[in-house]
Design a protein around this ligand. Sequence first.
Ligand SMILES: NC(=O)c1ccc[n+]([C@@H]2O[C@H](COP(=O)([O-])OP(=O)(O)OC[C@H]3O[C@@H](n4cnc5c(N)ncnc54)[C@H](OP(=O)(O)O)[C@@H]3O)[C@@H](O)[C@H]2O)c1
Length: 248
Amino acid sequence: MTSSDAAATPAETPSTTGAKPAARDPWDLPDVSGLVIGVLGGTGDQGRGLAYRFAKAGHKVIIGSRAAERAQAAAEDPQLGGLGVEGAANADCARRSDAVIVAVPWEGHAKTLQALREELAGKLVIDCVNPLGFDKKGAYALKPEEGSAAEQAAALLPDSRVTAAFHHLSAVLLQDPEVAEIDTDVMVLGERRADTDLVQALAARIPGMRGVFAGRLRNAHQVESLVANLISVNRRYTAHAGLRVTDV
Ligand SMILES: NC(=O)c1ccc[n+]([C@@H]2O[C@H](COP(=O)([O-])OP(=O)(O)OC[C@H]3O[C@@H](n4cnc5c(N)ncnc54)[C@H](OP(=O)(O)O)[C@@H]3O)[C@@H](O)[C@H]2O)c1
């Protein structure tokens, strides 16, 4: 066929031939190396740990706090400051970031997000909050009215691209500079494939870590709750347990 024939003949596409489009390779993920990552509640253990790992992977990272000076002080810690991490008030952190990780305690989740609806509009929001209670018997899962922390975030942030991930990580391992690889899978949930692909790709920026799509936000409750089981594992075996999904 000459190039002029090609121009005259309509291209054969799956829609003209009736063939099914080839399934997309689920591991063909976008390049996220240029994304600026913000961490709300980034002065805490989980937030600092994630900030450290993403900054080490080459990302610009901004940690947020309810008080700008607390975030700045945390960002000046040599472990973070040496990697160019910045600190800002949560609102500023949200405004200046492309992807925003929510790493505040469950008790402050709704209030924090309600106040940032405008700053988080259009942003990729990654919720890692585990609604848990603790008593004499150990950790147990709470039952949020909306179903899960992630669904609460989606309800409060209708203009954001809300996903859920990074629930099962050990903040101790994340912050330990002696730990070169974080040996775990990260379950990634969300409503749009483009967004969950981005989060999977972000997880893969951390050596040892893999992001695995694990469903829509209506299934976030189980993922958040499973942390209560991991805490039980950690206590019995004096461990920092992670998770692997096999056969994928
Ligand atoms: N720790 C882990 O191993 C781990 C692992 C996976 C997921 N997570 C989840 O990550 C989240 C953070 O965990 P964490 O251990 O880092 O918690 P944290 O240290 O207790 O809190 C993180 C930060 O949130 C801010 N904060 C505290 N109370 C708040 C409130 N009422 N409203 C808004 N902000 C508040 C504080 O920062 P400022 O005072 O500077 O604002 C604090 O430094 C939790 O939801 C947890 O379930 C934790």
